[in-house]
Design a protein. Structure first.
Length: 260
C-alpha cells in the first residue's frame, strides 16, 4: 500500500502543480494582450489607449446604473478587457466561442469583451443575422453571471440549468440579440421554425431570447422570488406551454423592445 500511496501523492502533486501553472499562465497571457489599465467602481479596465478608456467610463456608468436598478451588487472586483480587434479577442479567449460577444472566466473574475464601437456603446461583431446590441448590456449580462456565481456558490452554479443561467443574465440586462417581436411569433408558433434554419448562430441567439422570455415570465408574471427560481425544478415543456397560452390570451405581455 505504501508505494501506491507515494505514487498517488506524486500524481496529485503534479496535477495541482499543473493547474496552478496553467492558472498563472492564463492570467499573464491574457493581460499581456492589453495595454492601458484604469479603475472604475469595482472594475479594473484594460484597453488600448486613454481615448478608449474615456469612452469606456460612460459605458461602465450605463452598465452600473442598470445593475443597481436590479439590485445586483458584487463583493468581488472584476477585470474587463476591451478587445480592439477580432484577432486580439480570439487570442485572449484561446480561439474559443466563435459566436460569443464576451467570454467570462469566473474563477479569475475576468471578462474578455469582443471588439466594440465605444463611442456608440455598441458591439461591432456582425455574425449572420446578429443585430447590434449595446455593449453596456453585454457587460451587464456577463456581470450577472458573476453575481449568480457569488450568490449560489461554485457547485450550485455548475449544476444550474443553462436556461436559468443565461436567461437570468439576459433578464437582468433587459435586452436580447434576437429581434423580440419575431422571437415571440416563433415561440407561439405564428412563424415557421424554418426561420431558425438559417444557421447555428441564428438558432443560438433565438435560444437565448427564449431563455429570457421564460425567466421574465417567472419573475414578472408568476412573481417568483430569486431563491425559489434557483431551487425549484421546473417542468420546462409544461412551463413553455403555459407561457405560450398566456401570451396568446394576452394575460402575459413580454416587452416588445429592449428596455433602456
Amino acid at each position: 500500500m505504501l508505494p501506491f500511496t507515494k505514487k498517488f501523492r506524486k500524481k496529485t502533486f503534479n496535477l495541482i502543480f499543473l493547474i496552478v501553472f496553467l492558472f498563472i499562465s492564463l492570467s499573464f497571457y491574457q493581460t499581456s494582450n492589453f495595454k492601458e489599465i484604469r479603475m472604475r467602481y469595482n472594475y479594473t479596465l484594460y484597453c488600448e489607449d486613454l481615448t478608449d478608456s474615456i469612452n469606456i467610463f460612460s459605458i461602465i456608468d450605463n452598465a452600473q446604473n442598470k445593475l443597481r436598478s436590479e439590485n445586483i451588487i458584487l463583493d468581488d472586483k472584476i477585470s474587463l478587457f476591451f478587445s480592439k480587434t477580432e484577432a486580439q479577442y480570439y487570442r485572449s479567449i484561446f480561439f474559443n466561442g466563435k459566436y460569443s460577444l464576451a467570454m467570462n472566466y469566473l474563477f479569475l473574475n475576468r471578462i474578455i469583451i469582443s471588439p466594440s464601437n465605444l463611442q456608440e456603446d455598441r458591439v461591432m461583431r456582425q455574425l449572420s443575422s446578429f443585430t447590434a446590441r449595446k455593449l453596456s448590456d453585454v457587460i451587464v449580462h456577463e456581470v450577472a453571471h458573476n453575481y449568480l456565481y457569488e450568490k449560489i456558490g461554485f457547485f450550485k452554479y455548475l449544476s444550474i440549468s443553462k436556461w436559468k443561467n443565461e436567461g437570468f443574465c439576459d433578464y437582468i440586462s433587459n435586452s436580447s440579440s434576437f429581434d423580440i417581436p419575431l422571437g415571440i411569433k416563433i415561440f407561439i408558433g405564428e412563424k415557421n421554425d424554418k426561420l431558425l434554419q438559417k444557421g447555428e448562430f441564428y438558432e443560438h441567439i433565438y435560444a437565448y431570447f427564449e431563455y429570457r422570455l421564460i425567466v421574465d415570465y417567472l419573475f414578472h408574471f408568476k412573481k417568483i422570488n430569486f431563491n425559489d427560481f434557483i431551487k425549484n425544478k421546473f417542468n420546462l415543456p409544461l412551463l413553455k406551454a403555459e407561457i405560450k397560452k398566456n401570451l396568446i390570451s394576452g394575460k402575459y405581455v413580454f416587452p416588445q423592445s429592449n428596455r433602456k
